[in-house]
Design a protein around this ligand. Structure first.
Ligand SMILES: N[C@@H](CCC(=O)N[C@@H](CS)C(=O)NCC(=O)O)C(=O)O
Length: 305
């Protein structure tokens, strides 16, 4: 056992040394490391978005967990002007003839699934559920999502060829990963890696980020204790993610459903990337994926990009 531990220690030390050597070479060649350049790019991109955003009306804001009825949701009334429409982009061939039905609102939880459906390249149709207007509370919707929250999907081609509905974003991501056999490895060790970070997002970053957003941006009264509590916890969680990304490009090594779950949540927290360079490099990496870009644009009004 101690031999294994020692071997792991040696491997870790060697990986760290190799990383430091790469960083030195990059600094010599480019004046900064790959991660520093990625963060710089990202900051430039975000700065540009802020400038562009200031020139036009802001896009529909991203709500957090349990953020259904605030005035912020009212800003998003127009996000569904495009109506329910299948995403019409070039896709990799997948074994899915009838579109998956996505019950969606433009929040970080909803965007996890639009990103995933774009990544899997499956046909899908978006059904807007306006949580600010209480559309999630109807008896009809509770048949699909008994917890009265988005996102939810109905797969008309579920197991045995019969329709299947799934609620809870983590369960949806795992279902899609199993069905389309991508972004969710079947090897048990690799799968456990993905599961850990997926559950970390669903049970930690999501709810804590949602509460932080709520108390910072939408609460009717300013409660410093709550702001401090949730902001501190989100900052800690983002630090954990940054640390995890020190020696790998994605949360579970390969890009997976765990990364997809985190994208809109990390964005919504507007982290200080100077203090979290690995996280900044990761965000730049995932935002560079065309499917992520398409997934993030679902629910945006065409005249408010
Ligand atoms: N744990 C759930 C959280 C879903 C969730 O909180 N959805 C919010 C939008 S981000 C919602 O539908 N809120 C409506 C409500 O609370 O009434 C998941 O991961 O799917």
């Amino acid at each position: 056992m101690s031999n294994v531990i020692n071997l792991n220690k040696v491997r870790k030390r060697k990986a760290k040394e190799a990383k430091e050597r790469r960083a030195d070479t990059n600094r010599r060649l480019h004046g900064r490391t790959k991660a520093e350049r990625a963060v710089e790019e990202l900051q430039k991109k975000m700065q540009q978005q802020r400038v562009d955003g200031a020139k036009r009306e802001a896009p529909a804001p991203l709500a957090g967990d349990d953020e259904p009825t605030s005035s912020q949701s009212a800003n998003a009334t127009e996000v569904f002007d495009r109506g329910a429409e299948p995403a019409s982009v070039e896709r990799m061939p997948v074994n899915q003839l009838q579109p998956i039905q996505l019950y969606f609102f433009r929040t970080p939880n909803g965007l996890k699934i639009s990103i995933a459906l774009e990544e899997f390249g499956v046909p899908y149709e978006v059904h807007p559920i306006h949580i600010g207007r209480g559309e999630q509370l109807t008896p009809e919707f509770s048949k699909i999502s008994p917890n009265h929250k988005i996102p939810a999907i109905v797969d008309p081609e579920g197991p045995g060829g019969a329709p299947l509905s799934v609620f809870e974003s983590g369960a949806i991501l795992q279902y899609l990963g199993r069905k389309f056999e991508r972004f969710y490895p079947s090897d048990e060790r690799a799968r456990v890696e993905v599961d850990q970070w997926l559950f970390w997002q669903v049970g930690g970053l999501g709810p804590m980020g949602g509460q932080a957003n709520h108390f910072r941006l939408y609460a009717k009264e300013t409660i410093p204790y709550a702001i401090e509590r949730y902001t501190t916890e989100v900052t800690r969680l983002l630090g954990v993610m940054d640390q995890r990304l020190t020696d790998r490009d994605f949360l579970a090594g390969e890009y997976s459903i765990a990364d997809m779950a985190c994208i809109a949540w990390v964005e919504s927290q507007k982290p200080d990337f100077a203090a979290l360079p690995q996280l900044g490099a990761w965000l730049a990496r995932v935002l560079g994926r065309p499917a992520v870009e398409r997934g993030l644009s679902v629910g945006k009004s065409p005249d408010k990009p």
